[in-house]
Write a protein that binds this ligand. Sequence first.
Ligand code: NDP
Length: 455
Amino acid sequence: MSSYVNDLMAQVKAKNPAQPEFHQAVEEVVESLEPVIEKHPEFRKMKIVERIIEPERVIMFRVPWMDDKGEVHVNRGFRIEMNSAIGPYKGGLRFHPSVNLGILKFLAFEQVFKNSLTTLPMGGGKGGSDFDPKGKSDNEVMRFCQSFMTELYRHIGQFTDVPAGDIGVGGREIGFLFGQYKKITNEFVGVLTGKGATWGGSLIRPEATGYGAVYFAAEMLSTRNESLEGKTCLVSGSGNVAQYTVEKINQLGGKVVTLSDSSGSIYDEKGIDADKLAFIMDLKNVRRGRIKEYADKYGCEYIPVGKNADFNPLWNHKADCAFPSATQNEINLKDARNLTKNGVYVVSEGANMPTVPEGVTHFIKEKILYGPGKAANAGGVAVSGLEMSQNSLRLSWTREEVDQRLQGIMKAIHKQCTDASAAYDHEKGYVNYVNGANIAGFIKVAKSMMDMGIV
Ligand code: NDP
C-alpha cells in the first residue's frame, strides 16, 4: 500500500470509527485508483477522492410503529445521500436487523461507482432500517412502511433522490411506501422504483439484478470463447436476486445445484429446474417460509448454518460458476479457496461485496473470471433507471425492449471494465474487473465533480 492510500485510510478510520464495511469498501476502491491519481494530479489537487468518500448528506430518524398486539416498537431509519454529481441519488432501501450507519455507507459508496457504470445519469444513495420484516404480518409491515415514509418523504423526490428495494424490501414494501408517499404529497410521480407493473413499474425490474449478473458472467465467459451452456452453478440466497439468477442460468442451459437462506443451505445435485424454482418463489415470496422446506419436498441435502463453522458448505461443491446472491462478506478466504479447489473459475457477484478482501485477492491471483458486485449486479439499478425514464415519458416499454436494453447495458459495463483494466493495469493479458470497474466508475464522477467546482 502506498503512503497516499495509507494516509487516506488512517483518516477514514479515525473519522468513521466502528464502520468496518465502509472502511473495506473505501480501501478497495482507493487502492484501485492509485494509477489514476498518479496520471491525474488535478484530481488530487481538488481532493476528489476525499470528497467522494464523504456523504453529501446523512439522514437518520426515528420510526415508531405498533404491532398487531398493540405493542409499540421503535426502529431507526436512514438515508445516505452519497453523491449527486451525475444525477439524483439512487439506491435501494434495506430492512434487516443488521442494518447500521456503516453498512449503509458502504452500500451507498459502492452505489456511486455502480450507477456511473450503468451509463445512465444517476447519483448514489442507500437507506433502510434495522426493522426485520421476517415473522411480521402484512399489516405490521404496512404500518412500519407508512411510519418510515412519513419521515423519508421530505428528503426524497423524483429529481432529488429515488429509492428502490434491497434486502427485505420487495414489491410488497415498495407498494406500502409508495402509497404513503402519494397520500402525503398528493403527487403520483416516479419517486420509487421497483413499483408494481400496474402503477408505473418497469417490466423486467424484478428480474433485472439476477438476469444482469448472469449476462455479466456470460460476457466474461465469452472472452474465453465459452458460454453458460452445460455449466454447473452455485447460487447463494433465495431472495429476489437468487431467484432470477437461477431462472436465467436455466434459460441459458446451465444447472444450479445450491440455494440458501440465513438458516441453512440446500444441495440438489439434479439441478433446480423451472418447476422447483416455482416452488421456491411461492415459498419465499408468498408463504415466506424457510429453504429447508425445499429439501423436505425434493429429498435433497440440507445443511443448517453451523454457529462455529469457519467456512460455508455451499461454496464447497464441484462446480464451474458461483453467483453469491445473499449478503456482504458471505465468502471468506477459506470459501474462496474451496471454490477454486472445486473447479470454480467464474464468480459473478449478485450481492454487494459478498467476498472478503483476502478472497478477492485469491480469485485474482488464481486469474479466474471474477466480476465484482458493482459491475455484475448493476443490472438492477440500470432497469430502475429505465423505470425512471418510462415514468418521465409516461410510457411503458415491452418486456423484450427492457431486456434488450438491460443486455446492452451489461455489455457496456463489461466493456468499460475491460477497457479501464487494459488502460491502467500493469498486468497485461488478464482482465482485472475490480480495478476496471472502480476506475471506469470513478472517472466519470470525478470529471463531473471537477466541472462543478468545489461544492
Ligand atoms: P432478499 O431480501 O430478497 O433476499 C436476501 C437473501 O439473502 C435471503 O435468502 C436471505 O435469507 C439471505 N440473507 C440475507 N442476509 C443474510 C445473512 N446475513 N446471512 C445469510 N443469508 C442472508 O434480498 P435481495 O435478493 O434483493 O438482495 C440480495 C443481495 O443482492 C444483497 O447483497 C443486495 O444488496 C444485493 N443487491 C440487490 C439488488 C436488488 O435489485 N434487489 C440490486 C443489487 C444488489 P433470510 O430470508 O433468511 O434472511
